[in-house]
Design a protein around this ligand. Structure first.
Ligand code: F6R
Length: 234
């Protein structure tokens, strides 16, 4: 595991974007595993800047996102599909048909989970998976539990995650309580993993990287992966 400590969110974002761009340069038709939330926004902005300077070409890239809220239409500004379109996809030369997220509106979440797992597998898994980390140690929406989940599944969000997510929802908007997420097994099959964590995550990052490997701290499983880069900032 490589751990890179940077001095600012901007520096962390530039480094993460550099690793993603390097992946695309090395394998132009790679599969990128992407995350949503506050942590990757700066990296996505940097990728847009690199694309505008013609430093990176996304025309053959495919993407698979970690997760999507259940019950939100893709046109809902709180949905992760909307976030990805607005924050990254609409600003780079990626074919939207090559960008994938679970369908949060699927009537049968179990069936949709199996479909998304099969899709990720058919694409050969992520060449590089970008991750954020929740304050409770979740990756994707794999919440602390008694066991590590394997495949894509529907997850009931913990109260602390619902509260953390509610900061992005307006008054009167209901914060979803479930999501479809890649499982720990799906995430661990990525060839490379890049985890980015802001200063507010210092404590949980310490516990996840140096503590016991336990499903109570889902990100601790990353200690067992062969190629993880953690980029933190002060
Ligand atoms: C997002 C995701 C989550 C977030 C985590 C941190 O797709 O899967 O695991 O990465 O909740 O969120 P932020 O970056 O908003 O602190």
């Amino acid at each position: 595991m490589r751990i890179i400590s940077t001095n600012s969110y901007e520096q962390m974002s530039v480094m993460a974007a550099g690793m993603i761009a390097a992946q695309v340069l090395l394998k132009p038709d790679c599969v990128l595993g992407l995350a949503t939330g506050s942590s990757p926004i700066g990296a996505y902005q940097e990728l847009i800047r690199m694309h505008e300077k013609k430093l990176v070409d996304f025309s053959q890239v495919k993407t698979v996102n970690l997760d999507e809220y259940c019950g939100l239409e893709p046109t809902n500004p709180q949905s992760y599909r909307y976030f990805m379109n607005k924050t990254l996809f609409e600003h780079i030369n990626i074919d939207l048909r090559n960008t994938f997220l679970p369908d949060g509106m699927a009537e049968n979440a179990g069936k949709e989970s199996r479909r998304y797992q099969a899709l990720v597998e058919k694409l050969g898994g992520a060449d590089l998976q970008l991750l954020g980390i929740g304050r409770n140690g979740h990756i994707g929406f794999n919440e602390p539990n008694d066991y590590f989940t394997r495949d894509v599944h529907e997850e009931k969000l913990t109260q602390s995650t619902i509260e953390a997510n509610s900061r992005l929802f307006g008054e009167g908007e209901t914060v979803p309580t479930t999501a479809i997420t890649m499982g720990i097994g799906t995430i661990m099959k990525a060839d490379k993993i890049v985890l980015i964590a802001g200063a507010d995550k210092a404590e949980i990052v310490q516990e996840a990287l140096y503590g016991k490997v336990t499903p109570q701290v889902p990100a601790s499983v990353l200690q067992l992966h062969k190629d993880v880069t953690v980029i933190t900032c002060r």
